[in-house]
Design a protein around this ligand. Sequence first.
Ligand SMILES: Cc1cc2nc3c(=O)[nH]c(=O)nc-3n(C[C@H](O)[C@H](O)[C@H](O)COP(=O)(O)OP(=O)(O)OC[C@H]3O[C@@H](n4cnc5c(N)ncnc54)[C@H](O)[C@@H]3O)c2cc1C
Length: 392
Amino acid sequence: MTHSDYIIVGGGIMGAMMALELAESNSGSVLLLEKSFPGAGSTGKSGAILRQHYSHEVTIGMARESLQWYSEFEERYGIDISFHRPGMAFICPEQDLGNLQRNVELQRSLGVETTILDSTQLKELEPGGNFAGNEYAAWEAEAGNVQPVTTVHAVLEAARRAGAEVRIGARVTGFQRTGDVIQGVQLSDGSSLSAGQVIVAAGPWASQLLEEAGVSLPLCAMRPEQAFFDPPGGARESRLIYGDLSNGLYWKPELAGWTRVGCLELKADALVENPDHYDEGVSEEFIHDCRGRLAKRLPHYEHAVSWGGMGALYTMTPDSHPLIGPVPGLQGIWVVSGFSGHGFKLSPSVARGVAAEIGNGEGSRFEPSFFSPDRFLHDAAIEVTYGYGILG
Ligand SMILES: Cc1cc2nc3c(=O)[nH]c(=O)nc-3n(C[C@H](O)[C@H](O)[C@H](O)COP(=O)(O)OP(=O)(O)OC[C@H]3O[C@@H](n4cnc5c(N)ncnc54)[C@H](O)[C@@H]3O)c2cc1C
């Protein structure tokens, strides 16, 4: 049986980053298995917004070092991932001002260049916008984004160059085990592969795959929708990224020229039983709702042409933060999943942290205890500040 020191299940941004980090740190032989194609899960449809506005020291530090990493990617690997820095405004109503101030102070103490703007300053930033006198925003000029599909392919290419093997079209269906020790994986073609360590980075599929190992973790697949609009009146050039807590919305410029809009809350019927078969379309109701909410802030979008949208997949946990660590009750297997709507930006730091824990990596701001897969058994759920879990 072919043996690898590390088998990574999943070719989303997490799997790709870990393949790169483990290979670059000379931790051992690395084999990544992807059942469909790179970015087939959450990654390909990600907004890939890279902001540092979090409320915990750990996640702020991880977002910060990851942003730096993305900004240097093209220079280091010679592959363009369309890194841009439009900047991001994080608007909240007066009742959240205390949280906003606390978070901005914490971010500044960790080196993030961010400041609080009042409604007059917001109006200077966005002259066509509607901002009430009691609204404030955290402004982060460094915030950026990348093209997610290009990026996952670029990271896989860098991982290959560093010596990792990447197999596309290889579906893991179960595990090789002796007692509580996982020793490899079984594939859908009936073959088996042995490994020193298996890492399940299977995104929305992680829960059902881990059931094959007899483990039930609090991970579930949920379906958010996204809508795309043609910016009206030639307003394509100077668009910023927004998180708008007053209207429960976020939006960003897409490289295709559209404005992508998503809601901060998920619909009641968003649970997805089988991620292999979910509705990839968008409802008319969602498009109307987004246009209406966006026009409250930017009135020129009232007559914005819709370019449709899509249904996508998040992997949710009870506190909207990932499970990263050894799978409870087993040896030889890690889970790295449950990144809700905010994992793309953290992936370089996650990968470096994991490579330090299980390989020769140098480490990062990642803290294993913070993301422990069994934290819910110990009342150690991560608390979020604003009441919208997908913001982290
Ligand atoms: C609409 C949307 C917008 C988002 N916006 C942002 C954002 O702006 N900023 C941000 O930071 N994050 C954002 N996110 C979140 C971010 O995209 C995800 O957290 C991240 O992509 C998760 O990556 P992953 O590798 O864990 O999972 P996935 O991308 O889902 O990858 C899992 C992979 O595993 C493969 N796989 C599954 N089962 C098997 C198996 N049995 N065998 C082999 N392969 C298997 C799948 O085919 C898939 O390719 C957004 C997500 C969505 C859906």
